[in-house]
Design a binder for this molecule. Structure first.
Ligand code: FCB
Length: 451
């Protein structure tokens, strides 16, 4: 293993943080007027979640947010990325706002401000209000307008109190896992519909950006506005023409499918040529709306795509192993991806690594969790990140996924991503060894900053 970066290697202004999302930690699913979201509906359907669990209680963060912010403060990080549950602040996704819902986020923001922690908000981390799903959800073009109104309202209320606002988290997942293969809510399996959903997600992003820019100009606030995309470099398993071609197609339909409209104002031709376009409806001005300047691009990196056309497909060797999710640990993919983005998109704004992390089957022994694998993972990925930055990629923040063990979507509570262990019976939080490692690492960065 290569040595981790030393304290002098990251810039003094670099932002260190941790990340979560609303449905995965908040619980309090029906408290204080929160409306149901598609994830409430989905998890309550038998057979959807591996361990049959739901986010009804999750980490009970809604009631324990103060303690959780204290933990973030104890880690010594400067930034916290979390998402707003749309149906908590607007129970139906249209119409009336729920003041009690906004109050919760206001209390959370107060607590973060008291501790000097910057808030990085995501508007949509997959939990569409069921009230909008009942009218077709992301297949209904009207949803894009409702999303823009919701974005504007959050920007109006909180624009001065947050450091950044991201429109969507990983629209690839919303479209392809929610509509393509039914692994995620709302549980639809139709790839042609997934493509239309992805277009509506991008359109809603563009409309929300426009609406928030107007609000920020009116109210004199200046949160950085952007989007969070999950990305992977696609690598051919061999140098055969078929594998190389397949890898290019994989990259086009996953990464470029979202990046090109946002940064170039058009869909990638390589993807258009091969996708199922039966349901693809794009209005004349849509691409212009999607193509808005961003203040930052959030990149979530977990693994590479290893692309093989052989039957059965050739598997990666996974030299560094696989996480408890079965995801290959491949840190150099982060360097490759960032360099590729920089070379392909001249208008790339500063990048935040908004998620990166590892599920480990952590076991508590004598009240401690020795998650050495996660520490190694962190070291290697920070090294890989530093390599990209040394080559000139402008990365300004890193958020570890996740602060807490939490509800890992269709994997339920079985997969643990946290720096902090959660005992779901008692809701007791215990810092893992990785949390102490990250705290010390961040502290060394801060000391370098002060020196
Ligand atoms: C990402 C999601 C996040 C979490 C991690 C493990 O795709 O954005 O909510 O589930 O994966």
């Amino acid at each position: 293993m290569k040595n981790p970066p030393t304290m002098t290697e990251f810039s003094p202004s670099f932002i260190w943080g941790v990340a979560t999302s609303a449905y995965q930690i908040e619980g309090a699913a029906t408290t204080d007027g929160r409306g149901p979201s598609i994830w409430d509906t989905f998890t309550h359907k038998p057979g959807t979640i591996i361990d049959g669990s739901t986010g009804d209680v999750a980490c009970d963060h809604y009631h324990r947010y103060a303690e959780d912010v204290d933990i973030i403060a104890a880690l010594g990080v400067q930034a916290y990325r979390f998402s707003i549950s749309w149906s908590r602040v607007q129970p139906l996704g249209h119409g009336d706002w729920n003041e009690a819902g906004f109050d919760f986020y206001s209390r959370l923001l107060d607590r973060l401000a008291e501790k000097g922690i910057a808030a990085h908000v995501t508007l949509y981390h997959w939990d569409l209000p069921q009230g909008l799903q009942d009218h077709g959800g992301w297949l209904n073009r009207d949803t894009t307008q409702h999303f823009a109104l919701y974005a504007a309202e959050v920007a109006r209320r909180f624009g001065k109190r947050v450091a950044s606002i991201a429109t969507h988290n990983e629209p690839w997942c919303t479209a392809n896992l929610g509509y393509g293969n039914a692994q995620f809510a709302p549980g639809v399996a139709d790839t042609a519909l997934a493509i239309q959903v992805s277009h509506h997600l991008l359109l809603s992003h563009g409309l929300a950006m426009q609406a928030m820019r107007t609000i920020c100009a009116t109210y004199g606030s200046s949160p950085r506005l952007g989007i969070v995309l999950n990305q992977w470099p696609a690598m051919p398993a061999t140098d055969s023409v078929a594998d190389i071609d397949q890898a290019e197609w994989e990259y086009a339909r996953s990464v470029q499918w979202f990046m090109d409209p946002i940064f170039k104002g058009r869909y990638p031709q390589k993807a258009l040529d091969r996708m199922d376009m039966r349901q693809f409806h794009v209005h004349a001005s849509d691409m212009e709306i999607i193509h808005q300047p961003l203040d930052f691009l959030g990149v979530n990196y977990y693994f590479r795509a290893f692309v093989s056309t052989e039957n059965p497909p050739k598997q990666p060797e996974g030299k560094l192993g696989f996480s408890d999710m079965g995801w290959e640990i491949y840190p150099v993919g982060l360097t490759d991806l960032l360099l590729k983005l920089r070379s392909e998109y001249p208008d790339l704004p500063p990048i935040y690594i908004t998620e990166n992390g590892m599920a480990v089957a952590d076991e508590m022994k004598d009240g401690k969790i020795n998650d050495l694998q996660r520490i190694n993972y962190l070291q290697l990925h920070l090294y890989a990140l530093h390599e990209a930055m040394a080559c000139g990629v402008d990365v300004q923040a890193y958020f570890y996924w996740s602060l807490l063990d939490n509800f890992e979507w269709n994997s339920g509570y079985a997969k643990r991503f946290g720096l902090v262990h959660v005992d779901y019976e008692t809701q007791k939080r215990t810092l893992k060894d990785s949390a102490y490692w990250y705290r010390d690492f961040v502290r060394s960065q801060m000391q370098a900053k002060a020196a």
